[in-house]
Design a protein around this ligand. Structure first.
Ligand code: ZN
Length: 307
């Protein structure tokens, strides 16, 4: 449980509070995000790319001096990143990183634009997309109010949501099948993604939040697994008996019987366990539950700070 120890040490040393897997602080106007992961804490903060390019050798030397860590750079969001994973060193390591942020990032924070509107002169630090960012009070307020409205009212298009979830499910199934056929092996862990594919499709097509969404995604992810087992069996039979796919499909009742026989299900236990793991995660985390989503937003609003 080294990560729990890391959170505790950092919290005590730097007065950080963790909410929903995130801690955040502002160093001289520069918002810093600390994110929990399974075994470590990932830290990120804005830095202009040119400053990183020019200075990273210097400050990575400093970081190395406090043992072990190095900073990386995420070009897409223009963020310096590092990973803290050693409980006996994290306090020192984060301390060194804070100095680097003070010296090389904070002087340029004005250049970091509000992610909502792309304009400068931000007046607030808030969580945006799981990152502590400089934003405008009005942009953040408008966006979160709107999101709360959409979530709570159950607005959205159920028909499109269902189409999206189905599309996600079928896409997942097709990729899983392609991996099976072309790589000639099956990666069990991949099946954890079945539910996320259906969830992604549902959200992308603006399906409404609430119980209907939970049921739709659950059913579509089960459907994708059923489809996968069926199609895989069609392919295996076609291979084995050197038949055309069309010929095998004509015998679909028999294929169903074989694909969902206890023997074949036992054969696929590895995939099924990962699939059920993903589905269980979805049902426990309830990412489409109205109360859950709004509750998380409320918690994240605790990080709001005027700049
Ligand atoms: Zn803005």
């Amino acid at each position: 449980m080294s990560q729990a120890k890391i959170f505790k040490l950092l919290s005590e040393a730097y007065g950080l509070t963790w909410s929903g897997g995130i801690a955040a602080e502002e160093i001289d106007g520069c918002p810093v995000t600390l994110k929990e992961d399974r075994y470590y804490v990932q830290v990120s903060a804005y830095m202009p790319e040119r400053v990183y390019e020019a200075k990273h050798e210097i400050f990575n030397e400093q970081m190395k001096a406090v043992k072990g860590v190095k900073c990386g750079f995420d070009k897409k969001t223009s963020r310096i990143t590092t990973v803290l994973s050693q409980p006996n060193r994290v306090v020192e390591q984060y301390g060194a990183l804070r100095e680097i942020i003070k010296q090389y990032a904070a002087p340029y924070v004005e250049e970091d634009k509000c992610p909502y509107c792309g304009q400068g002169e931000c007046d607030m630090a808030a969580i945006y997309n799981n990152q502590y960012r400089r934003v405008h009070v009005r942009c953040h307020q408008y966006h979160t109010d709107r999101t709360r409205d959409v979530v709570l009212s159950g607005q959205g298009n159920l028909a499109m949501g269902i189409i999206g979830a189905l599309a996600g499910a079928v896409l997942f199934m097709a990729i899983a099948l392609a991996i099976g056929i072309f790589a000639e092996r099956s990666y069990g862990w991949f099946f954890v993604l079945a539910t996320f594919a259906a969830l992604g499709g549902y959200k992308l097509f603006h399906g409404p939040y609430g119980r209907t969404g939970m049921v739709t995604v659950t059913l579509c992810s089960i459907l994708s697994m059923v489809l996968y087992l069926f199609c895989e069996m069609v392919y295996l039979i076609a291979q084995y008996y050197e038949l055309a796919i069309g010929e095998v499909l004509k015998q679909w009742p028999a294929v169903i019987q074989i694909a969902f026989s206890p023997d074949n299900l036992a054969e696929s236990w590895f995939q099924l366990i990962f699939f059920l793991g993903g589905l269980a995660w979805f049902l426990i985390k309830r990412p489409l539950s109205k109360q859950k989503v709004v509750g998380t937003m409320d918690v994240m609003d605790d990080f709001n700070r005027a700049l």
